[in-house]
Design a protein around this ligand. Structure first.
Ligand code: PEP
Ligand code: MN
Length: 292
């Protein structure tokens, strides 16, 4: 490890990698996040039963294991759709019963934690909440794994600090998520800090996933960023998918429709195969994969 990183991060002793610590696997039913490559997908927001159930079936068929969908939505504008709340959570539960997919959904404040934990398999912390310390502490006692998104202006040190707070409050099951950060670039919604993945995997034993949707802000870039995430060793993806992105109540511009999601998943297969192959087979697999 880079000696500077060691000094900088080792004080977060519950989440930093030490010489001896093994990589953590976050177990959700039979899904091993940090073991298998796990794709979480679904709409930005739960809008209706029909929208969610159709999406759940489509993403499961394409190989995703976990259904995402916000019932409590952190929106920048007070005029934007704020989510269905408990009604949305009940729809998520129905989708789990219908498909067997696990559920990840956001808790925005410590007051939401108990009710969200009743319905969710994984508790999402949004970028705007990464430094909500009351929420983090409550999530430390919620009995569910936590998907901790990097604050859009947070350093990796600050991300690990937030993870340490959850762990110190009693919850070791934390998944880190790079979702793009604010930079001077305006052609994408955020800038995907792709180096964050190998840095986090060097300094921490926690699983690291990438959200290419909120990084890109436009759907045409999502598959390329997803491939980049696989190439740098991410443990999974969080991707927005909607039956009719042009009609979505939030984040439609960055959501894939069903065929686009299917194609993205199919195109990731050779990249994943390369990662899993023994080193001596890699050149042959690159040729067989047929990708540029
Ligand atoms: C989301 O996942 O829909 C979301 C609001 O993400 P973020 O907190 O990264 O903006
Ligand atoms: Mn969104």
């Amino acid at each position: 490890m880079n000696p500077r990183w060691n000094g900088q991060f080792s004080r977060f002793d519950l989440v930093a990698k030490t010489g001896k610590s093994r990589r953590s696997v976050v177990q959700v039913h039979d899904i091993e996040i940090g073991g298998d490559f796990v794709v979480m997908a679904g709409p930005c927001a739960v809008e209706s039963e029909d929208q969610l159930l159709r999406t759940a079936e489509a993403i499961a068929e394409a190989g995703a294991r976990i259904l995402r969908g916000g019932a409590y939505k952190p929106r920048s504008s007070p005029y934007a759709f704020q989510g269905l709340g408990v009604v949305g959570l009940k729809i998520l539960r129905k989708a789990r019963e219908a498909t067997g997919l696990a559920i990840v959904t956001e808790a925005m404040s410590e007051e939401d934690v108990d009710v969200v934990a009743e319905y969710a398999d994984i508790m999402q912390v949004g970028t705007r909440s990464m430094e909500n310390y009351a929420l983090l502490e409550k999530l430390g006692r919620c009995g569910r794994p936590v998907l901790l998104k990097r604050g859009m202006t947070a350093t990796l040190e600050e991300l690990l600090c937030s993870a340490q707070i959850v762990a110190m409050a009693g919850n070791p099951d934390i998944i880190l998520c790079e979702r793009g950060i604010r930079t001077f670039e305006t052609s994408t919604r955020n800038t995907l800090d792709i180096a964050a993945v190998p840095v986090l995997k060097t300094i921490s034993h926690l699983p690291v996933i990438v959200d290419p949707s909120h990084a890109a802000g436009v759907r045409c870039l999502v598959p390329a960023l997803a491939r980049a995430a696989v190439a740098v060793g991410a443990d999974g993806l969080l991707v927005e998918v909607h039956p009719h992105p042009e009609q979505a109540l939030s984040d439609g511009e960055q959501s894939l429709n069903f065929p686009e999601f299917r194609t993205m998943m199919d195109d990731l297969a050779p990249y994943l195969a390369i990662r899993q192959a023994p080193a001596r087979l890699r050149p042959r697999l690159v040729a067989a994969g047929g990708h540029d």
